[in-house]
Design a protein around this ligand. Structure first.
Ligand code: ATP
Ligand code: MN
Length: 465
């Protein structure tokens, strides 16, 4: 069979009126096959759309034997005329004239035979789950959101700034770190006082995987004006929750000359842009997920786009929680690091809108956040979302050399001179935030578990594939 370049099924389906009567060339994986002894119908999917293309095999043209390799999961190449479909459920179909079977899929062994596998089961076969409708939809939406992130910042004149994944600084305080070493861990070199001698390690010092690109991001922002990072981050915390991964992607914009209000405006505009982009470009996939998992999904997405986020201080938030009469699993009082149940109460039950909580007690936030006049709170801002809790954490940064140095000394942080240089030389007010990319994908897809919005999730006791 002549191998002309294939046409994506999405292109055929969205241009079907123009393309009827034309010869098409399609390649993909068989989802289902049914029919009788005169005609066989195959639903073909090539990953370009949630929708399948119907292929019709007339048994006057093909023998049973030629078609026997066409089972669920097999990969095939079909040429034929695109014709208007007689049947219900599709506008067009391909009247097959040529068939090539690339690879069969033994029906006894292929795990994705029937519809309606549980998400838990699919997690165990994460190497094959991208072939399901659900993961196809999630992964296309994930792609669209990643593209939207770059588009948003590029169009605003931000520079994509690459921060290192391997780092020797452990001062971000965002979570436990994975160590990176080439030492023989069974027999590491020791110093005289009985400690592991990291001076013999690959980098000549102890190194780990980054938990955040922010500190380096600030170096970029105080030179290029406004930057963003978008890369993987690693946290070795033992958080077995539906909102934590050990390896996740984070977007961290950092802006010189931004005060906290500018930071909040940007965060709100950014999230709304990404959600709108997905609604516009992934309508079929969002419809599919809404129908199968979450009937309110589209309403929730539209609601977020069309409403202002509520902005209030941590102190006001805690007051609401203390007075609401709800029995929380974790107690609420001024000074506590809010748990997801508290955040979700404010968002889902009290305000029924996304909330930006600001001015947290300095003790529960990172050392680099700008101290308020009260001496007790810092200019932090967490964006809290329905179903998710914290989706963004950010702040205005402390630009005063004296105050930053004091905080670094109080906390006994060392090896920070390179960072403090930004305040020593040409310091400026500046702000930034971090958005957990998977939490955004979780929100937009309406999935319940963060392990289902990244192709190959890493979490405690799981590093398969
Ligand atoms: P949480 O309190 O939910 O554990 P955090 O306060 O530790 O989050 P930050 O250090 O502020 O998180 O990181 C910025 C953003 O990164 C968070 O707002 C969240 O969207 C995302 N994030 C943090 N930890 C994880 C994780 N383990 N898996 C996925 N996303 C994460
Ligand atoms: Mn946070």
């Amino acid at each position: 069979m002549k191998d002309i370049r294939r046409t994506p099924i999405s292109t055929i389906l969205s241009n079907h009126e123009k393309m009827v009567g034309k010869e098409v060339d399609v390649k993909g994986w068989v989802r289902t096959r049914r029919g009788n002894k005169n005609v066989q119908f195959v639903a073909l999917n090539d990953g370009s759309s949630i929708k399948n293309l119907q292929i019709v095999f007339d048994l006057s043209r093909f023998s049973e034997d030629q078609l026997k390799g066409i089972t669920t999961g097999a990969s095939i190449h079909v040429q034929g005329e695109l014709v208007a479909s007689q049947g219900k459920g599709q506008n067009v179909e391909v009247q097959a004239a040529g068939l090539e079977i690339y690879g069969s899929a033994d029906p006894e062994k292929y795990p994705l035979q029937k519809k309606g596998h549980s998400l838990e089961f699919l997690r165990e076969i994460a190497h094959l789950r991208p072939r399901t409708n659900t993961f196809g939809a999630v992964l296309r939406i994930r792609h669209a959101l990643a593209y939207a992130v770059h588009k948003f910042f590029n169009d605003k004149g931000f520079y994509y700034f690459h921060t290192p994944l391997i780092t020797a600084s452990d001062c971000e305080g965002a979570g436990a770190m994975f160590q990176v070493t080439t030492l023989d861990i069974n027999q590491p070199p020791m110093t005289e006082d009985g400690k592991i001698d990291f001076s013999k390690d690959f980098f000549g010092k102890q190194a780990s995987l980054t938990v955040s690109g922010q500190l380096e991001g600030e170096l970029g922002a105080t030179a290029l004006g406004q930057i963003y990072t978008f890369g993987p981050t690693f946290r070795a915390e033992n958080s077995n929750t539906p909102r934590h991964l050990s390896e996740f992607w984070m977007i961290e914009p950092e802006m010189a000359f931004y005060e906290i209000e500018d930071n909040m405006d940007l965060a709100e505009e950014f999230i709304k842009f990404c959600i709108s982009y997905a609604l516009e470009h992934c309508a079929d996939d969002i419809d599919f997920l809404a129908e199968h998992f979450d009937k309110d999904l589209k309403d929730r997405l539209n609601f977020v786009i069309h409403n202002d986020f509520v902005r209030l201080s941590y102190t006001e938030g805690v007051k609401i929680l203390e007075e609401c009469g709800r029995k929380f699993e974790f107690p609420v009082y001024w000074g506590v690091d809010l748990a997801s149940e508290h955040e979700r109460y404010l968002v889902e039950e009290h305000f029924k809108k996304p909330v930006i909580l600001t001015d947290y007690p300095k003790e529960i936030k990172a050392f680099y956040m700008k101290l308020n006049e009260d001496g007790k709170t810092v200019r932090a801002m967490d964006v809290l979302f329905p179903k998710i809790g914290e989706i963004i954490g950010g702040s205005q940064r402390e630009e005063s050399l004296d105050k930053l140095q004091q905080r670094v000394d109080e906390l006994g942080l060392s090896g920070m001179d390179w960072y403090i240089d930004t305040r020593r030389f040409g310091t400026v007010p500046h702000s930034g935030f971090g958005l957990g990319f998977e939490r955004l994908v979780l929100f937009v897809t309406g999935m319940q578990n963060i392990r289902d919005v990244i192709p190959f999730p890493r979490y405690p006791n799981n590093c398969e594939y």
